[in-house]
Design a binder for this molecule. Sequence first.
Ligand SMILES: Cc1cc2nc3c(=O)[nH]c(=O)nc-3n(C[C@H](O)[C@H](O)[C@H](O)COP(=O)(O)O)c2cc1C
Length: 167
Amino acid sequence: MSDLKQINPQQLSGNAIQRIGTDWMLVTARKGDQVNTMTAAWGGLGVMWGKPAAFVVIRPQRYTYAFVEASDTFSLTFFDDNFRETLNYLGTVSGRDEDKIKKSKLTLANSQDTPYFTEASQVLICRKLYRQTFDPDCFIDPAIHQQYKEKDYHIHYIAEIIEAYQR
Ligand SMILES: Cc1cc2nc3c(=O)[nH]c(=O)nc-3n(C[C@H](O)[C@H](O)[C@H](O)COP(=O)(O)O)c2cc1C
């Protein structure tokens, strides 16, 4: 893993609210011999069923959705500020329309079969434990409906963090 060092997920540096919500992350998964990635700014890191866990939400129209569905695992990668433009690009263009990974100039590598990018400052290899499409009947705050004018409710994944790497 280049100069990334494997750590215990408990040793991850940084504040998850900032790392995800402000700095953003990439969600990357494999479907057969193809890989796709997208930027995400919603989600969380924590603990579930006694395991270090990541919480990710993906709208059904994302090309990445089919990739995350097709695989038992996916990666979350975090980057320093120099990659802001790249993350913005990967979050505004779809892999359906362009070879985004090639254009981004990021370098793909694999941990077992799970794709990630070597330029990342942190890499989390995640194994899916749970998926559920948000049910609008369960929204307690009616304002949440505003997020889903197209009724494109996110699919929520809870995944075990099975490997963590950091610079
Ligand atoms: C900062 C930022 C955060 C985003 N967060 C999410 C997210 O958490 N979930 C989601 O489904 N889409 C999110 N998106 C949108 C996808 O990244 C975007 O639609 C992307 O082009 C999908 O690419 P794909 O079609 O190749 O999967 C975000 C976009 C940006 C720019």
